[in-house]
Write a protein that binds this ligand. Sequence first.
Ligand SMILES: [Zn+2]
Length: 385
Amino acid sequence: MPEPNLPKEFLRLLKPRQSEMLAVLRQFVVAESPSLEKAATDHCCGLIAEEWWKRDVRVERIAQKHRGDHLRISYWPEKSPPAGQLLVLGHYDTVYSTGTLRQMPFRISAGRAYGPGAFDMKAGIVQALFALETLQRSNTDPRKRLVFLWTSDEEIGSESSRKLLETEARRSDAVLVLEPSFGPRGLLKTARKGVGEAELIVQGRASHAGLAPEEGINAIHELAQQIARIEKWNDLRRGVTINAGIIEGGSRTNVIPERARAVLDLRALRASDMRSLERRLHALRPIHKGARLEISGGFDRPPLERKVSATLFARARSLAAKMGLSLGECTVGGGSDGNFTAALGVPTLDGLGAVGDGAHSSHECVVINTMPARAALLASLLAAC
Ligand SMILES: [Zn+2]
């Protein structure tokens, strides 16, 4: 007897449910949830929790003082005690402040659903909801305990959720991240750069530019030379970038400035490059005699290296092929919470969420008819991993 084609079966079950998926997406999107507004975010959290409640799962709301509450949802069929855990990770906060809906209402046009946070990443949460329900309806028992974690502060660095998601990741055999996919073909993100920020402050000495130039130490001149030095560390081929994004210093043209400051964006594809970049930054020494440098910061999110996602990606690709879909992969320069779990050495696959466009912009949207297949792919991974 041929093996049952589960992915295809899941897709068959999910296709007729597209309009229900869309209705839930609308409900999540119209509940605006900017990372920095606790009351609004908590309201959205409540709506998401309610939807999961209906699916016969365990829902825990993890209260936060300053940020929206986090949601931890766990599921396993009672009859088979789980050996291991799979973590499905995502966030429900968005980068849009309350009121954005007035200029950017939830709307459907040409097969796409538009609205703040639709693509990044409320559609991912909807797909996960229907993926789980499909496992339940088809009586497919996952081999492992499933834990879904929906956090409230990914867009502002995950300060309140990092510990929680790292704890869950350590208990897990794999992490599936429902961040948006890339491009019109819905590529998964099998590598992400590590991301950091550093601040470079130069202390010089103020003096009159005309009367006593010899007594001054020009902090701006020093900073400019340091930046020229740092710029040479860029190595696009290796995926190393340093971007001086903010500079400031000085007060008047006839005053030799005593202070100048630069804020740098740091990115690297490899953990080894991340470490060497940090070492080089902190080893910078002044060029002008008497100038002082203060260097702080470094990488917040380590890189998600491809070796951590390769096996999971191969599995996802073969499951997608059973539905007749070809699944591609890519490397991206931006980080996500997947960077944290990958850095722990836990196999992590990112970009499993929606197919769409325009994250963090006024044309953010989801391609509606891809939602059932993405949910089917997730259901297949949840059943197979
Ligand atoms: Zn996101």
